[in-house]
Design a binder for this molecule. Structure first.
Ligand code: NAI
Length: 716
């Protein structure tokens, strides 16, 4: 069956893209061949005067190229020639005798947008699902089918750079404002208006390629003036370097390709293809594509330990504790249409919780991601109670009360007395083993952990924690519900710190040990930012709260002994009453609004070693990153995470391990287990036995093994 079908409506050819058996339209090799045949047909049939390109999917236009095919490229030349083929195809589209109108409803991304840019008229529907974007930088590439050439000519240099360098989607209204599309229509009339425009283009009553002159005079002046252009390009380069610390080459290559376009069309396209080929071979691209596939594979993974375990529907959710986390979970649940009952000790706290839910939704309205009406509808799904009224009908309860075993046991007993037999109880505890919580349950097989990260509406990861007693369908339900909330879900076994906090502990401890060794606060943070973390470990501690982090550190110390002992520096700083940003006293200074300022040098006077003596950034990176990676291997070895894939995803999405390194296991593979072992042994000899390599690493180093296959599809 074909993906493209051509029907003719009174002289206008309507090309419907509807990939059989697929949820989305992807431009694969076979689809490209179909396009070639179709272009021949359009050109050869004189009765067809114009054409419309439209999607047959209900709410999606074209999602982009087939990333599976990228895995076939073994050399830069192969990727470059794929880009050149894309150019030839879209050149053909642009020069067709029959003008083509792109009728866009739903996501129009990557190659889909590049194809639309080759059409002389673009209509989009004014619908929340309609977004346009060039997300290629997110996988370490940039638009390689003419996007770096056609986009600046269409919407101006600055707006084009913004889209290409960030990969951000643009909504329909904005697309019209910046000149990315020519007009907006209601979805119901998209096809009819597109046919009408196609006729107008064919008979000349509407001009082909009518330039939209977006962005006003200032942009036009900048674009047409070499000095202005050079300034914009230089600024873009500077911004990229600040944002990426030089770790991501693709945005810089994209700027080069855009710049080349100003020195002639042919030159621009040639440079785009050449640089695209180069980028496709970078380790960064390889790791980001790995993450893309790993995330996709996780979406299909039920998480259940045995086959056949089916997720139960969750329509009504009960949340115990309307505090910071409870309200956060409620805010994402109502957005997905779940009915939520929030329970707290008194109505005042419930009210505060609902207000916090409302604040999250309000922010979405402010960012125009939601209308006021939608907000009102969603908010009406959240109800509150100070007793358990309404809990008789819930399918799932998520407990987010104080981090105290006795309190957790008390609420578990209370809630189990009122919920239906099928209902599941999940705990959002960050440190208490789920089995210990389940000890108070008379149905421990229906108890599971759902560890969300804060702030819940922003953090993408959810750890689902199973105990040996948890039923497989209970795990499957927790996973499916977490996914419905938009989270990337990993399933981990019940063990102290679960996975994410477990690997975070030695990393943060090491930052403390470096403070004891004399490293300045800013040097520690800068080294780890340079490694690729979004913020350094001491900034992170200030954010999380030093009190909370130290409680978690103490639990892990108790569980794992000396290896995870917190550094004296941390104990001293916490004992001095510093809590981080929330208390406006941590490693940094904070103004009245909570904005971070310079390092608070008074923190050094709390240490046993108040004087600072520089430590090479490389040593800081090695100590912190290797401590984390070594612990991740131990967690795998002990079966806490099910696979290197889950461990990598957990580290990247849970704590911001540098995505371009793929995760700790990918990083070890890239470095080589033998080298990691020798670096760890060296650190163990120089500093402390806590660096001793995990058994699994030692055996892998001996046998020259890797966590992932060296060749082929990275996951699944
Ligand atoms: P919080 O102190 O903001 O909220 C706890 C809420 O539980 C309070 O509103 C309190 O009134 C309520 N509560 C206490 N006893 C109750 C009872 N018997 N019945 C009903 N409500 C009761 O605490 P937060 O930060 O929301 O933490 C909640 C849970 O989430 C803890 O287990 C914590 O370890 C975990 N967690 C916290 C994270 C964080 O960053 N704050 C991250 C991940 C998990």
């Amino acid at each position: 069956m074909n993906a493209l079908t051509l029907t003719v409506d009174d002289g206008v050819g309507i090309v419907t893209f509807d990939a059989p058996g697929q949820a989305l339209n992807i431009i694969s090799r076979s689809v490209r061949n179909e396009f070639i045949a179709l272009f021949q047909q359009l050109d050869a049939d004189p009765s067809i005067r114009a054409a419309v390109l439209i999607s047959g999917k209900p709410d999606a236009f074209i999602a982009g190229a087939d990333i599976e095919e990228f895995l076939d490229w073994k050399t830069a030349a192969q990727a470059e020639s794929a880009s050149r083929e894309g150019h030839a195809l879209l050149d053909r589209l642009e020069r067709l005798r029959t003008p083509v109108v792109a009728a866009i409803h739903g996501a129009c991304l990557g190659g889909g947008l590049e194809a639309s840019l080759a059409c002389p008229w673009r209509i989009a529907t004014d619908h929340p699902k309609t977004v346009l974007g060039l997300p290629e930088v997110q996988i370490g590439l940039f638009p390689g089918a003419g996007g770096t050439q056609r986009l600046p000519r269409t919407i101006g240099l600055q707006a084009a750079l913004d889209m290409i360098l960030t990969g951000r989607n643009v909504r329909a209204k904005k697309a019209l404002q910046i000149g990315l599309v020519h007009e907006l229509v209601h979805p119901a009339i998209l096809r009819d208006v597109a046919i009408l425009r196609a006729r107008e283009l064919a008979d000349g009553s509407r001009k082909r390629n009518a330039r939209l002159k977006p962005g006003g005079l200032r942009n036009a002046l900048l674009d047409d003036n070499p000095v202005g252009r050079a300034m914009v390009l230089r600024k873009a380069r500077e911004q990229v370097l600040t944002r990426t610390k030089g770790n991501y080459p693709a945005p810089l290559a994209a700027i080069d390709a855009v710049a080349a376009g100003f020195h002639g069309r042919e030159h621009g396209f040639r440079e785009e293809a050449r640089r695209f080929g180069e980028m496709a071979m970078t380790p960064v691209c390889r790791e980001l594509i790995f993450l893309f596939f790993a995330t996709a594979a996780l979406k299909k993974d039920t998480g259940a330990p045995s086959a056949g375990a089916e997720a139960q529907p969750v329509e009504r959710l009960g949340i115990l504790g309307a505090g910071f986390m409870g309200a956060g979970i409620a805010s994402v649940a109502v957005q997905q249409g779940a009915m939520v009952r929030l329970k707290d000790a008194d109505l005042g706290r419930v009210g505060k919780g609902i207000a916090a839910v409302s604040a999250v939704l309000q922010e979405r309205v402010r960012k125009r991601q939601m209308t006021r009406q939608e907000m009102a509808d969603r908010l009406s799904l959240a109800g509150g109670t100070a007793d358990y009224s309404g809990f008789g009908a819930v399918d799932l309860v998520i407990e987010a009360v104080f981090e105290d075993l006795a309190v957790k046991h008390a609420v578990l007993r209370e809630v189990e007395a009122v919920i239906p037999d099928h209902a599941i109880v999940a705990s959002n505890t960050s440190t208490i083993p789920i089995s210990r919580i389940a000890d108070a349950s008379h149905r421990p097989e229906r108890v599971v952990g759902m560890h969300f990260f804060s702030p819940v509406h922003k953090m993408p990861l959810l750890e689902v924690i199973t105990t040996p007693r948890t039923r497989p369908d209970v795990v499957a339900t927790a996973v499916a519900f977490g996914r419905a909330l938009g989270k990337t879900v990993i399933v981990v076994n019940d063990a102290p710190g679960f996975y994410v906090n477990r690997i975070l502990a030695p990393y943060l401890n090491e930052a403390g040990a470096l403070l004891d060794a004399g490293a300045p606060v800013e040097a520690i943070d800068a080294a780890m930012e340079q490694f690729g973390f979004p913020v350094g470990p001491l900034t992170l501690l200030d954010e999380v709260g030093l009190d909370i982090a130290s409680k978690s550190a103490a639990i892990l110390h108790e569980a794992f002994g000396e290896r995870l002992a917190p550094a004296p520096a941390m104990r001293a700083i916490v004992s001095a009453g510093r809590t981080g940003r929330k208390g406006k006293s941590g490693f940094y200074t904070y103004d009245a609004t909570g904005k971070k300022g310079a390092v608070d040098a008074s923190v050094y006077s709390l240490l046993a070693t108040p004087n600072r003596s520089p430590i090479p950034p490389e040593e800081i990176r090695q100590r912190c990153a290797l401590a984390l990676a070594n612990e991740a291997v131990r967690a795998l070895e002990e079966g806490v995470v099910r696979s290197p894939r889950d461990g990598d995803i957990g580290a990247v999405f849970g704590i911001g391990f540098p995505p371009f390194r793929g995760g700790p296991f990918r990083w070890i593979d890239a470095t080589g287990a033998a080298r990691v072992v020798s670096e760890l042994e060296d650190l163990a000899a120089r500093f402390a036995p806590r660096f001793s390599p995990a058994e699994l690493l030692l055996s892998m180093a001996r046998r020259g093994e890797r966590f992932y296959p060296a060749e082929g599809r990275p996951v699944g």
